[in-house]
Design a protein around this ligand. Structure first.
Ligand code: TTP
Ligand code: CA
Length: 363
């Protein structure tokens, strides 16, 4: 049976999250930066929105270079806030997961998914699912993403990159060869600069040219295994399955308090949404935990943790809230310093037996 594989990649991810958090940024070049702290401008641009990209700013360039390019322009230069992007990423991934057969997250803002079963191999039906996924990510998080569909992971990944931002590229099996043919070989996963150079020496620049080379030709240059992979990838026939990553063994969230405090009630209030978030992720995995921990990062940046272990696995929100409140109170009694950030973590998961039947009914 023909496979239906998708790849989703959130557009200019860190910068787009910043735009969602502050919509007034949308009209400006936005740079999300990692400051090294050595001098005021030391560091690199992690990513930039499309307004900034059009002015020559891109991931990886020094902040000072970016500032030069944007001289005289009203641009937003923002310090990277990884925990914000992480939280958005987790919500997007669980949303996508609800709409697909299997999800394999491969980065903070990208994932492969499989729709073979639910679409019955019909790319028209799969396209409708992809549209639905894009709409729900936009509706619930305000984010655009680019999605590709194809008969294999390699094709889906190239397809999601084909039209950006906010793209949807569907490569049905019968158009795979004509879609891949004109692309440079470097677009194939696993063809780095070295392999591309070796291919160029053989007179191979495009995927179409690669697909026409004999097995012997490729084997002489790349060895048997790699040659077989390149030959398959060039016609979109790579067979790697979409495989879910190992389940996490813990779930956690941490928040920065509006103001440092010694008051556990105040800290708990501000952690409340994060506890609900952890609970929601726990439930969506059908998991339950035996250990819950409260973490506090103090005003002098030392980290303190207190944990409670339950005899039997639990998963209800009230218990989580109650335990976290108590643990924060204990922490505040022994910390000796103000809380700056606080967090909650659940771990030591027991699998909940009705998990598969639940997802069957919901699916
Ligand atoms: P990408 O998906 O490569 O880039 P992007 O989401 O910013 O843009 P695109 O619209 O082209 O998909 O990377 C995802 C995130 O990873 C990105 O938002 C920031 C981070 N990142 C870095 O921190 N440093 C880097 O050099 C790159 C490439 C990405
Ligand atoms: Ca991206």
């Amino acid at each position: 049976m023909v496979r239906v594989v998708g790849h989703l990649d959130l557009d200019y991810f860190y910068a787009q999250v910043e735009e969602v958090l502050d919509p007034s940024l949308k009209v400006k070049p936005v740079l999300v930066c990692v400051f090294s702290g050595r001098t005021e401008d030391s560091g690199v641009v992690a990513t930039a929105n499309y307004l900034a990209r059009n002015l020559g700013v891109k991931s990886g360039i020094p902040i000072a270079t970016a500032k030069r390019k944007l001289q005289g322009i009203d641009a937003a230069i923002i310090r990277m806030r990884h925990e914000k992007y992480e939280a958005v990423s987790e919500r997007v991934m669980s949303l996508v997961e609800e709409n697909v057969d299997v999800l394999e997250q491969t980065g903070i803002d990208e994932a492969f998914f499989d729709l073979t079963g639910s679409s019955g191999g019909d790319f028209g039906g799969a396209r409708a699912t992809a549209i639905r996924i894009k709409e729900s990510v936009l509706k619930s998080e305000g984010l655009t993403c680019s999605v590709g569909l194809g008969q294999s992971k390699a094709v889906a990944k190239i397809a999601s990159d084909y039209q950006k931002p906010n793209g949807l590229t569907v490569v049905a099996p019968e158009s795979t060869i004509s879609f891949l043919g004109p692309l440079p070989v470097t677009r194939l996963y696993g063809v780095g600069p070295k392999a591309a150079e070796a291919m160029e020496l053989m007179g191979v620049k495009t995927v179409g040219e690669l697909s026409k080379r004999s097995a012997q030709d490729l084997e002489a240059r790349f060895g048997r295994k790699l040659a077989a992979y390149f030959a398959a990838a060039a016609i979109g026939a790579d067979t790697e399955p979409v495989a879910p990553r190992g389940e996490p063994t813990q779930l956690s969230r941490i928040v920065t308090l509006k103001q440092n405090t010694t008051n556990p009630e105040v800290a708990f209030e501000q952690l409340s949404g994060a506890i609900e978030d952890v609970h929601r992720r726990l439930v969506s995995r059908g998991a339950s935990f035996r250990v819950i921990s409260a973490m506090a990062i103090l005003s002098d940046l030392t980290v303190k943790t207190k944990s409670k272990t339950f005899e039997t696995p639990v998963s209800d929100l009230a218990t989580m809230r109650d335990a976290t409140k108590r643990l924060l109170t204990e922490l505040s009694g022994t910390a000796g310093k103000e809380f700056r950030r606080v967090g909650v973590r659940v771990s030591d998961f027991g699998s909940s037996e009705n998990q598969s039947s639940l997802s069957q009914y919901l699916g």
